[in-house]
Design a protein around this ligand. Structure first.
Ligand code: LMR
Length: 338
């Protein structure tokens, strides 16, 4: 090859390399955010809000791709995908951290532990919440925030109000030992199942019923295959937003700072809309006429509490007495008073 040809080839090569370098420099950092619920739920809306604010605050340097409704991964798979780095962000329900070895998170599943969102926020937005998120670090996961959903109702093809009603009912639960113990204390038969499979399992009678906040019940159309909904508020369902720690620590500091800001804003947004979204979903369930909605009388609620209080004791060693006491201290909960 002549010197001219060689020089020309080198020139072409360096132009190509330069162009590739430029386009690499401009390519946004992509964050895949996978979740299992509909867009039109507190978590779905908060994830979309985060994507929007992340793009705005970083001037387009970060692109958050939200995959809703288990379109990318189901419950268990998404945890594995995060650890492998196939996705960068999730917001699993607090009931789904047991398989990661973070059993302390199941404290949120304890029946009647929070009376309302104010009590819950004392934990999730305070030092105990921070301590809990910190426990994930050793597992390659960084906990960024807690996002609200809401308080759960029971649904089935009959009203679930007394212990007699629960006897022998196959009820779908999330993968939490506390929820398993809760269902057994009621006399029901718990069945762990991925969220994406619940509608079909209810429709075909694989399970008789389930528990969920109204936003999930309505957006998954569960109320169309459940004749009765009981407003029990017997437990809470909410989320921890988590990311792959290696990915997060590897971000340029300025970008990470902007994403932290976007997360703070998204958390405020999520926790502002969660109750309204659930209240609105309940109204839509009622208006659909597909499910009959029942309230619990004071005596029925008291009987349910009495049956369920033992779950606190039973699960204390799994959750850790220290975590349990820390939560009780924040909320003023006293199991002996149930
Ligand atoms: C469920 O599996 O019932 C919930 O965890 C779904 C969700 O993410 O709200």
């Amino acid at each position: 090859m002549s010197l001219f040809a060689r020089t020309r080839r080198l020139a072409i090569l360096s132009t190509a390399l330069l162009a590739a370098g430029l386009s690499w420099a401009q390519a946004p950092i992509v964050i895949k955010f996978s979740h299992v619920v509909a867009n039109d739920t507190p978590k779905g809306k908060a994830a979309d809000f985060f994507a929007k604010r992340a793009a705005e605050l970083t001037g387009g340097k970060v692109k958050v791709e939200v995959y809703a409704n288990s379109t990318l991964y189901k419950d268990k798979e998404e945890m594995e995908a995060l650890q492998l780095g196939a996705v960068q962000m999730l917001a699993p329900s607090l009931a789904k951290f047991g398989p990661l070895g973070a059993k302390e998170f199941e404290v949120f599943d304890l029946p009647f532990i929070f009376d309302n969102y104010e009590e819950l926020h004392k934990v999730t937005q305070g030092p105990v919440g921070k301590m809990l998120l910190g426990k994930l670090e050793g597992r390659g996961i960084k906990g960024l925030a807690f996002w609200d959903n809401g308080f759960k109702s029971f649904s089935a093809n009959k009203p679930l109000k007394s212990l007699d009603d629960f006897k022998g009912q196959k009820l779908r639960i999330q993968s939490s030992k506390v929820l398993e113990s809760q269902m057994r204390a009621l006399g029901a038969l718990p069945q762990v199942m991925a969220f994406s499979e619940v509608y079909q399992a209810l429709q075909t009678g694989v399970v008789d019923g389930t528990e969920n906040p109204h936003s999930n019940l309505y957006t998954q159309k569960m109320h169309e295959v459940q004749k009765h909904v009981t407003l029990s508020d017997h437990g809470y369902l909410g989320y921890a937003v988590i990311t792959n720690k290696k990915f997060w620590d590897g971000l340029p500091a300025d970008v990470r700072g902007k994403l932290e800001q976007a997360m703070t804003e998204s958390t405020a947004y999520a926790n502002r809309i969660a109750k309204e979204e659930n209240d609105a979903a309940l109204e839509k369930v009622k208006a659909s006429g597909k499910s009959q909605v029942h309230a619990l009388s004071v005596a029925e609620r008291q009987a349910m509490k009495k049956a369920l209080v033992k779950v606190h004791q039973e699960m204390a060693s799994r959750i850790g007495q220290e975590t349990l006491n820390a939560v009780y201290k924040e909320t003023g909960f006293d199991p002996s008073k149930l």
